[in-house]
Design a protein around this ligand. Structure first.
Ligand SMILES: Nc1nc2c(ncn2[C@@H]2O[C@H](COP(=O)(O)OP(=O)(O)OP(=O)(O)O)[C@@H](O)[C@H]2O)c(=O)[nH]1
Ligand SMILES: [Mg+2]
Length: 607
């Protein structure tokens, strides 16, 4: 059977998963009466909620007499490490570019990777239905991008389609009849080479990892040579050729539309999932016992951000979740690291905490959110950027490329705020409609917590995109920019009247009736020092305190903390307390006297 393997790559939100929907539909991969959700491939709960792809997924369809395996990839930079591996598994890539936004940082990143592995991408200008679409300008920008990335002659000669994934059509020009995805299917068959296969026995490079509730660990990859059948003996080698395990394949699964089917034999060139090898992971070679050379595999990108996960030891610990012991948290994190190659987990010196390192705030935030939904309670520290030392011993830190689209009138503020955070402005140009595009190189350290501030400064109108650029020399101290916080000095339930009295001190983070404890952060101070306050004091009434009176107080709505907001907000001497029901902020040291002592100790160390 004829076969094609192709990946869809793009900046976040440019329409990859929507395109896959249409390709599946129009190839007849769904049964007539099958109910299929929008963006069907974004199947996990957090993907659906946030409308983004987190995990790469493979799907497969038939077009005429050819089977096409399609890999949908995540566009968000935190999950970008995966894209390069995926590109090694396919023979072609469809680069989607939003017809209004044009190439964005992640477009540059994924196109760079595709060119590097020698692919000749197809460019599809998507969303031409947008009223602000500017397809011909965008195509020029794409051309410049390819040239800037040192594309070869053959790569520069990329075929182009225009269309709308949402409306379900692609065409050779924006003015061609807007009929269907057929032009894209035909182009894939014409332009993407059939998979190159090698001689010899079974060898497959592990590329995607999953934990399946029934089958155990599933490793997905493209078979480089030979074939694989259920029950056959197999071994697993790491990148350096070390033997990881010897065992038996229990099942071979092929992709069919949104599902996977057990098959009797997977053959070279096809993308399949293999079950039965519990130690195999991404970058490992699965092969027959007589093979001794692993397939070349790309090392996994090192993490750039780390935080501490520890038990929840606040006075409210254990009241909302049932998974609270350090052993259970530890096991859960180790399990996560098994299925998620971008995470690195290390034990800390004290037994109650683990150091979790990953690729960004979103990735770690999603892990935290997943765990709290599973019933976990724990606390996490402020994310720390991981530094490196170069050959001469100089301290290096991760630098990101940051692209901000903002209304002209706010650009001054943005430039000023970012330069305070040690960012360097590298480009500034009008991006149409009274907006400017600002491009910076900024230390990751300085960007933690900036998103919220940016939205406040620009009345929610700015759009920020960021992408790892390189390690660069450490930029020196970045002054903390946050105000102080309001801290509860007592334990009990917050009272509306007390909160109302405190309103002039700053915005609250809690509501009346919420449980508080000593050392818990209940709001933000308008000044830069921390302030202890009492949120339990009700109005003194002569007789009985009536609740109705209490509720009559009109309060400003509090700041709603999400996991990611909380992580961006807290300081080094604070924790986020995460439970299935609540996200609370607290001081690491709950006792005010201990905090004072600690403060004095730090002061003494500084002089
Ligand atoms: N107007 C318009 N909107 C589109 C089109 N294609 C996709 N969208 C919308 O763009 C948004 C993002 O679409 P997705 O398919 O999730 O984009 P994605 O590239 O998979 O995003 P990530 O996986 O998070 O990188 C959704 O709201 C889509 O409805 C299009 O052709 N025209
Ligand atoms: Mg997607």
């Amino acid at each position: 059977m004829k076969l094609r393997n192709v990946a869809i790559i793009a900046h976040v939100d440019h329409g990859k998963t929507t395109l896959v929907d249409r390709l599946l539909q129009q190839s007849g991969a769904f049964r007539e009466n099958q109910r299929v959700a929008e963006r069907a491939l974004d199947s996990n709960e957090l993907e659906r909620e946030r409308g983004i792809t987190i995990l790469s997924k493979v799907t497969s369809l038939l077009w005429q007499d050819t089977r096409i395996n399609i890999v949908d990839t995540p566009g968000h930079a935190d999950f970008g490490g995966e894209v390069e591996r995926i590109l090694n598994m396919v023979d072609g890539a469809i680069v989607l570019v939003d017809a209004a936004e044009g190439p964005m940082p992640q477009t540059k990143f994924v196109v760079g990777k595709a060119l590097k592995v020698g692919l000749k991408p197809i460019v599809a200008i998507n969303k031409v239905d947008r009223p602000d679409a500017r397809p011909s300008a965008v195509i020029n920008e794409v051309f410049d991008l390819f040239a800037a990335l040192d594309a070869s002659e053959a790569q520069l000669d990329f075929p182009i389609l225009y269309g709308s994934a949402k409306q379900g059509w692609m065409a050779a020009t924006p003015d061609d009849p807007k009929q269907s995805m057929a032009p894209l299917f035909d182009l894939v068959l014409r332009h993407v080479a059939p998979p190159a296969v090698e001689e010899g026995p079974l060898r497959m490079l592990g590329t995607i990892l999953e934990a399946n509730p029934y089958l155990g660990r599933l490793v997905t990859g493209r078979i480089t040579s030979g074939s694989v059948r259920p029950n056959q003996a197999a071994k697993v080698l790491d990148r350096d050729g070390n033997l990881i395990e010897q065992g038996r394949v229990s099942k071979v699964l092929a992709f069919r539309g949104l599902e996977r089917q057990p098959i009797e034999e997977g053959t070279a060139g096809d993308i399949v999932s293999i079950a039965g090898l519990p130690e195999a992971t991404v970058s490992h070679t699965i092969c027959t016992p007589d093979v001794s050379e692993p397939l070349p595999a790309q090392p996994i990108d090192p993490p750039t951000l780390a935080m501490t996960f520890r038990i929840n030891d606040s006075p409210l610990a254990g009241t909302e979740g049932d998974k609270v012991q350090s052993r259970v948290i530890r096991e859960r994190l180790l399990r996560e690291a098994e299925g998620n190659v971008a995470l690195r987990i290390a034990e800390s010196t004290d037994k109650d905490s683990m150091e979790v390192a990953g690729r960004g705030e979103l990735q770690l935030g999603i892990l935290i959110e997943t765990m709290r939904r599973e019933g976990f309670e724990f606390s996490v520290s402020r994310p720390k950027v991981l530094f490196e030392r170069d050959a001469s011993g100089e301290l290096m830190e991760p630098i990101e490329e940051v692209v901000i689209d903002v209304d002209d009138e706010h650009s001054g503020t943005v430039v000023q705020k970012l330069s305070e955070r040690k960012a360097e402005l590298v480009e500034m140009r009008p991006s149409g409609g009274g907006r400017v595009r600002l491009i910076f190189y900024a230390p990751t350290r300085g960007l933690i917590g900036y998103q919220g501030e940016l939205l406040t400064d620009t009345r929610g109108t700015a759009v920020m995109n960021r992408l790892f650029h390189a390690y660069g020399p450490h930029k020196g101290e970045i002054p903390g920019r946050r105000n102080g916080v309001l801290i509860s000095n007592d334990v009990g339930e917050a009272v509306a009247y007390a909160l109302w009295n405190l309103e002039e001190r700053g915005p609250m983070m809690i509501e009346p009736g919420w449980k508080v404890y000593r050392g818990m952060i209940i709001g933000e101070h308008t000044r830069d020092n921390d302030l202890e306050v009492n949120v339990l004091k009700g109005k003194k009434l002569t007789n009985i305190r009536t609740h109705s009176k209490d509720e009559a107080v009109r309060l400003t709505p509090p700041i709603r903390m999400t996991v990611e907001k909380a992580l961006a907000y807290i300081a080094d001497d604070e924790f986020v307390e995460v439970t299935p029901k609540s996200i609370r902020l607290r001081k690491k040291l709950l006792d005010p006297h201990e905090r004072k002592r600690d403060e004095r100790r730090k002061e003494a160390e500084r002089v």
